[in-house]
Design a protein around this ligand. Structure first.
Ligand code: ACO
Length: 332
């Protein structure tokens, strides 16, 4: 929807996946797991793992340069950079500043948002709103994660699920008739903050020998509880967004869900009444890359020419916090 006579369009998309591929069979050598279990329970076949000298900002910078190239822009044109990540390069400064430095976007204001796997949906809504106020003419938004840096590679219940990668999009102010951004619905519930988290290393439990001895620096998750809440909150966010836009679910060409588990995606699609073939899935190749899953999927859809002018695309995500949300796009 257009506010203040200012439309918001997606001017370009980009993504970057590290070269190293780790298959399910490779993980069999690390933990007591097997390819059949991982495929059946999650749909994942392989994931990418970043090199030692590739922090989240390096992945995000590469995706950003590709998105800027697609938008026909140079880094100096960028007015705002927002990064979504739960694997920042450092506790501070924020990772958007590191991306800024890497790509030379010297005119940009930079900040990061930690909303876990919902991060990209959050920053899409934030950036679009800031453009709609007239404060900025464009924004580079990036979901980037090096989840391999917070995974306990001895814990089979989590290490098989995640991967590294980055996706980016350039949003730009435009004429109202070229508007792409329809609306968003975001939600959070801090009461569930301990079912998906990194227990140690922050200010409530600073890094210490005890943290290391008890492996508290790694991602911890109650898988089944997360599963149920994920389906319910994604369905609610998607339904409310569609209702807010006043469209029918049949009008959605692509449901682009957070890529955590094919069983979650299929349940969400079924409950929304979206045919399975309209729910985009690429987690087979990349696993769960948290805030990066949706922009990577968007870039793959755009680059493969799978979307036409007038098509609706619905991003929907769920993550630690809890956080959840959806963005509705009408492609132009
Ligand atoms: N390989 C083989 N066996 C395994 C593995 C593994 N990698 N991991 C667990 N198991 C075993 C368990 O020990 C258990 O064995 P038991 O029955 O002898 O005790 C059995 O498999 C079943 O374990 P469950 O945890 O009940 O398996 P479930 O069907 O729930 O699948 C999974 C687990 C895949 C984690 C699922 O619960 C899930 O996908 N949950 C949602 C997770 C998610 O989406 N997380 C990301 C959220 S986004 C974010 O913010 C990061």
């Amino acid at each position: 929807m257009v506010y203040n006579g200012i439309g918001v369009r997606i001017a370009g998309t980009g993504s970057y996946l590290p070269e190293k591929i780790v298959t399910n069979h490779d993980l069999e050598a690390l933990v007591d797991t097997n390819d059949e279990w991982i495929r059946a329970r999650t749909g994942i076949e392989e994931r990418r793992i970043a090199a030692d000298d590739e922090p989240s900002s390096a992945l995000g910078a590469e995706a950003s340069l590709r998105a800027l190239d697609a938008a026909g822009m140079v880094p100096e044109d960028v007015e705002l950079i927002i990064v979504a990540t739960i694997t920042p390069d450092k506790i501070f400064p924020n990772t958007a500043c590191f991306v800024q430095k890497r790509i030379g976007a010297k005119n940009a204001v930079c900040f990061s948002v930690e909303a876990a796997c919902s991060g990209f949906v959050y920053i899409f809504s934030i950036a679009a709103s800031m453009i709609q106020t007239g404060l900025y003419k464009n924004a580079l938004i990036i979901g980037t994660e090096k989840l391999s840096s917070i995974i306990n590679w001895n814990d089979r219940s989590t290490c098989v699920l995640f991967g590294d990668g980055a996706g980016a999009a350039v949003l730009a102010a435009c004429e109202p008739e070229k508007n792409t951004y329809v609306c968003s619905k975001l939600g959070s519930d801090g009461n569930y903050s301990d079912i998906l988290h990194v227990p140690g290393g922050g200010s409530c439990c600073p890094m210490s020998q005890k943290v290391l001895d008890e492996n508290l620096q790694y991602l911890a998750m109650s898988g089944q509880e997360v599963f149920k809440l994920a389906v319910n909150s994604m369905v609610a966010a998607a339904s409310e967004t569609i209702e807010q836009a006043g469209i029918e679910v049949d009008a959605v060409r692509w449901l682009i869900p957070h890529q955590a588990n094919t069983r979650i995606i299929k349940s969400v699609a079924k409950r929304l009444g979206v045919p399975e073939e309209r729910a985009f899935i690429n987690l087979t190749k990349y696993g769960n890359t948290s805030a990066a899953t949706i922009p990577i999927a968007l870039d793959e859809i755009v680059k493969a020419n799978l979307v036409n002018a007038g098509d609706y695309m619905l991003f929907v995500a769920f993550g630690g916090g809890l956080t959840w949300g959806a963005n509705l796009i009408k492609w132009q």
